[in-house]
Write a protein that binds this ligand. Structure first.
Ligand code: SF4
Length: 413
């Protein structure tokens, strides 16, 4: 298969590129040029005509990813299907299946059967869940890539932390150490076996698998900070440099790349600067988890994360990984998936209004609001179902009743 990146380098506009250009209202030649230099990727769900293609990166709207999937302590495939349907219904751009409990392959199949969005996985999760951390061998790192690539996965998250960076982190003084699950599994394997990261030692093979299926390589963020007092340290900088180096090699092999970074917990006043620092190192689309600008919003981390994500997106982050109210507390239920997704869609919209200026959508809703046109407003609301539940059918709402400012002033202006 020729990848979107290879097509772009040949100057060929694919159906998927045309669809992204149309949806994003961007000139096709500009899009092709961004794809060819690695600053935009197109994630696809199987062979499609562009109807399920998502563009991420420079000049495009900020995208939102929803994580779902079982854990070893909570296994309910039906709930995961509900979450997947909610993610699709309420406007997620991509879904990541992080299942680690039950029949993982079957759950992934169900998620895929019930959605059309691009699907990401962290293949080492399945290997660790099925074999146990202590029994993993180097082959397991690659075997799962092949298996999942054949199933039509759109993007893989691989934590490509190297031994040197791990040593730097061990000498540091972090409160929270490593808080990335995929990163901790990979790091634990490297320490247990006193070896280099198998993804790095087999990078050519990894790239061959990804290139063959045009799977986007999402370079994981093992060194992200787990609390706002763990600032950007030498280990984080070493990981950024390592990921940028690998991204260049991957692009050279025709593989599209996203770099995860800047995620976790970051003080609000540092978020924009950290994003800009990251963006200066590389033009690849930047994927951020959160970031959470405070550690104390437990139970409301979707709100705190949405504030951090607005700042990150406004400063240039391209792709947001949502957070739910049950972050740090448990596996989210379907309703919490909806709440987290909506919070991050709001963050993406605010971030885009900083990046590109206020959207026509806000103006359109304001005009309907000024007319007390409730149904008209619903068309532009991010979650019209929720807004409709709360709104009156007509006239002023119960907030001010007869003293509705809009109604009063209509008589004078
Ligand atoms: S009643 Fe108050 S809150 Fe409701 S629409 Fe009028 S001004 Fe707005």
């Amino acid at each position: 298969m020729t990848t979107q990146l290879e097509h772009a380098r040949d100057g060929t506009a694919t159906k998927q590129m045309e669809a992204v250009a149309r949806n994003e209202n961007i000139d096709i030649d500009t899009l092709i040029s961004h794809i060819s230099n690695g600053s935009v990727i197109i994630m696809n769900r199987g062979n499609n005509n562009g109807d399920v293609s998502v563009g991420i990166g420079k000049g495009l709207l900020t995208k939102v990813n929803v994580n779902l999937g079982t854990s070893t302590l909570k296994i309910d495939p039906d709930e995961e299907v509900k979450k997947a349907r909610i993610a699709q219904k309420y406007g997620a751009d991509t879904i990541t299946d992080l299942s680690m409990g039950g029949n993982i392959s079957h759950i992934r199949k169900l998620v895929m059967e019930n959605t059309t969005l691009p699907i990401t996985t962290v293949p080492i999760y399945q290997a660790a869940a099925e074999k146990g951390l202590g029994n993993l061998n180097c082959d397991d790192f690659i075997k799962n890539l092949k298996k999942q690539a054949d199933e039509g996965i759109s993007s893989f998250v691989l934590h490509c932390i190297d031994k040197k960076t791990l040593d730097i982190m061990k000498k540091g003084k972090r409160i929270m150490g490593v808080v990335s699950k995929g990163g901790s599994i990979t790091s634990a394997y490297m320490m247990l076996n006193d070896c280099e990261n198998p993804f790095i030692s087999n990078f050519e093979d990894v790239l061959e698998i990804l290139r063959e299926h045009d799977i986007v390589l999402s370079l994981g963020n093992t060194m992200r900070s787990g609390c706002i007092h763990d600032k950007r340290d030498k280990a984080q900088i070493a990981e950024i440099k390592q990921n940028v180096k690998l991204a260049k090699i991957a692009n050279g092999a025709g593989v599209q790349v996203i770099i995860e970074g800047m995620g976790g917990h970051v003080r609000a006043d540092r978020i924009a600067e950290y994003v800009r620092f990251h963006k200066k190192q590389s033009c690849h689309p930047l994927f951020v988890a959160g970031p959470l600008p405070t550690d104390v919003a437990v139970g409301y981390d979707h709100i705190a994360g949405s504030v951090g994500a607005s700042l990150a997106a406004g400063a240039g982050a391209d792709y947001l990984c949502y957070i739910t109210p049950s972050e740090h507390l448990g596996l989210p239920c379907p309703e919490q998936v909806r709440e987290g997704l909506i919070a991050f869609k709001i963050a993406a919209h605010i971030g885009d209004s900083i990046k590109y200026g206020p959207a026509q959508r806000d103006r359109s809703l304001a005009r309907k609001r000024a007319m007390l046109d409730w149904e008209g407003q619903m068309k532009y609301a991010i979650d019209s179902d929720r807004a409709r539940e709360l709104a009156p059918e007509e006239g002023p709402c119960t907030m001010c009743g007869d003293f509705c400012a809009i109604k009063i002033m209509k008589e004078f202006i």
